[in-house]
Design a binder for this molecule. Structure first.
Ligand code: TA6
Length: 293
């Protein structure tokens, strides 16, 4: 399939009906649907489909820098680049040992990247869908033969929710976080589930490998399982900031919540030949699950 600028998309589909769509633009998952065809990721109705800008929604890959405290553009360049299908060996639409359908994407530095970030890396991203519709993203980043480099990374995941005021996040209680709304000052989270009634832009540190996002109205819980990604970003722009964003509808903040598995506080450092792996698996389960979560 081809997307907005003739850039390829890969559609993953499993027999029970769940599907996912990945654009080679940015290696971005732009759709994840359950077996009833319901879209589980948020996409802005005002998304700008104009490379190199990243489409607002889905799961942009923030690499090699999260945010704007560094020398690169906000969230780094990976989400603005066209990736290739890693067909060595051909793996498109393959089934792996436990029946997952997956595609392997590859990003290597281009000339202009080397100017702003002079490091020889290879970024392999495997996007897979399990038979029961769970979505998994596995990143393998290798320092091919250059001098040591460090990076931060985040799977900038826009979950689709029915009403942000009816959403709860479990698993981040009592943790420290850096508040992007207060110059990344460090605070400690309260002792119970997080709810939302205003703009939130926080980096939780040392987070557990399972976090739950409960959507009360939809009676749905997103279960986020991660490995190698110690931090978790929570972001909702709320009303005022939404109005200042060209590519987000004024009221759409009510239907989205970014919960990004990430490695930010302690950037990852790779010596020549070393490889790092970061894994994210998300599933959408009926809320009955969360009662004994
Ligand atoms: O998710 C945290 C954050 O850094 C917010 O501060 C906000 O800027 C968001 O990412 C979106 O960034 P983007 O560059 O995609 O508009």
């Amino acid at each position: 399939a081809r997307d907005w600028n003739g850039i390829e998309q890969v559609v993953l589909r499993v027999p029970r009906g769940a599907s996912a769509k990945v654009s080679l633009h940015g290696g971005q998952v732009i759709s994840w649907k359950n077996e009833r065809g319901e879209e589980l990721l948020f996409t802005s109705s005002k998304a700008i489909f104009k490379p190199p800008k990243a489409m607002r929604g889905g799961i942009p890959i923030c690499f090699p820098q999260f945010g704007n405290c560094g020398s690169l553009e906000q969230h780094g360049f990976a989400r603005n680049k066209v990736w290739s299908i890693d067909d060595d060996p051909p793996t498109l639409h393959s089934n792996d040992s436990n029946g997952k359908v997956f595609v392997d994407l590859l990003l290597k530095p281009m000339e202009d990247d080397l100017k702003c970030w002079p490091h020889c890396f290879e970024f392999r991203l495997r996007v897979s869908l399990s038979m029961d519709g769970n979505l998994t993203l596995i990143s393998r980043i290798r320092n091919i033969n250059g001098k040591q480099f460090s990076f931060s990374i985040a799977y900038h995941t826009y979950f689709s929710v029915s009403n942000i005021s009816e959403v709860r996040v479990e698993g981040l209680e009592t943790l420290d976080y850096l508040d992007n709304l207060c110059q990344r000052e460090r605070f400690t989270e309260q002792g119970d589930a997080i709810t939302f009634e205003s703009e939130v832009d926080r980096i939780y540190l040392g987070t557990p490998n399972v976090v739950a996002v409960l959507d009360h109205e939809k009676k749905r819980t997103f279960v986020i399982r991660k490995e190698g990604l110690p931090d978790m970003v929570l972001w909702n722009p709320w009303e005022k900031k939404s109005k200042s964003m060209l590519d987000l509808g004024d009221d759409e903040y009510k239907q989205m919540l970014c919960v990004d598995a990430a490695a930010i506080e302690r950037p990852i450092t790779l010596k020549t030949g070393e490889e790092w792996t970061g894994r994210l698996e998300i599933s959408a389960v009926p809320s009955s699950y969360c009662s004994d979560h």
